[in-house]
Design a protein around this ligand. Structure first.
Ligand SMILES: *Cc1c(COP(=O)(O)O)cnc(C)c1O
Length: 297
């Protein structure tokens, strides 16, 4: 799967750093304008397995602005595979830019009414096809975590004390726990409201030894829930752009940055800590906002 891995860089965040705590960002968003960030890493080994087992089609799930859906469509096309996306909700008058992109990459879209969408096993049963390679929503799973572990080898990450990421399914965080070195701590900022089951879902992707490593999930920065983006968050995104020339997305990376700023202000980190925040991409999701809401696109 081709992407511009050499574009990834570590950006020091001067205005987030203090005398005591250094903050840097690993810019996975620079991989590709649409298929950016962690989804590319999470798909890597699923794709390998699909090809090795001679499947012809990647099949997966997602909403109208899903980073995972558009990444799956792109990855399939790159690998010479077909793709089919089961999309939550009815087809609106106009396709979202995300779904229009996915279609451009060749994905077949199937719209599934919300109540039925909850029952993924039924959708899989009803659409059973030996040529399909099914990937869980958001890329959750062991191979996804294995791919995410590779995130930490895209740059020299050995000098950091903490790796911090946004967590939806917890797959990326599991990968960071797998990929970190002894002494490093992994922190996940959950972007869903009260999603406490993520802890067990995350642990089920770890070996016994990995479960002993140092990691924690923080549930205080969801801003009202998944995809919720009150004006306070939007304003913070504008400031972050002005101060650091750093684009963020409304679902994940703005919330993790806000959390870090707040945690530093509350002296959460010991003096001398060196934080590496993962910019996991997702910028295409901002297309759900009214035009010109943000000073970057
Ligand atoms: C999907 C996604 C996440 C969450 O990753 P999980 O592995 O599901 O926890 C974080 N950031 C971005 C930009 C994403 O698209």
């Amino acid at each position: 799967m081709n992407a511009n891995l050499h574009n990834i860089k570590v950006q020091p965040l001067i205005h987030f750093s203090t005398e005591k705590v250094t903050v840097c960002m690993l810019r996975l968003d620079l991989l590709h304008p649409v298929v950016s960030g962690n989804k590319w890493f999470k798909l890597k080994y699923y794709l390998q397995e699909a090809l090795a087992s001679c499947k012809t089609t990647l099949a997966s799930f997602g909403g109208a602005y899903s980073n995972h859906i558009v990444a799956t469509a792109f990855a399939a096309r790159e690998a010479g595979l077909n793709s089919i996306g089961f999309i939550r909700g009815e087809l609106a008058d106009k396709l979202s830019p995300t779904l229009a992109n996915a279609m451009d990459y060749g994905m077949q879209l199937v719209f599934v009414e919300r109540n039925r969408y909850r029952h993924k096993e039924l959708i899989i049963l009803e659409n059973d096809n030996p040529d399909y390679y099914w990937i869980r929503e958001g890329g959750y799973g062991l191979l996804g975590a294995k791919g995410a572990a590779d995130i930490l080898s895209t740059a020299d990450t050995s000098t950091f004390s903490h790796m911090i990421c946004a967590s939806g399914t917890g797959t990326m965080m599991a990968g960071l726990i797998k990929g970190c070195i002894p002494g490093q701590q992994v922190i996940g900022i959950s972007v869903l409201k009260n999603n406490f089951s993520i802890e067990e879902e995350l642990k089920s992707l770890l070996t016994l030894e990995e479960k002993e490593r140092s990691f924690s999930l923080i549930h205080d920065y969801h801003f009202g829930g998944y995809g919720k983006h009150p004006e306070e968050l939007i304003q913070f995104m504008r400031e972050t752009w002005q101060l650091e020339e750093l684009p963020t997305d409304i679902v994940y990376t703005s919330k993790v940055l806000f959390a870090v700023k707040n945690l530093i202000a509350n002296s959460y980190f010991a003096d001398g800590s060196r934080l590496l925040i993962i910019h996991s991409g997702g910028l295409q999701g901002n297309c759900s906002l009214p035009p010109n809401t943000l000073p970057f696109s």
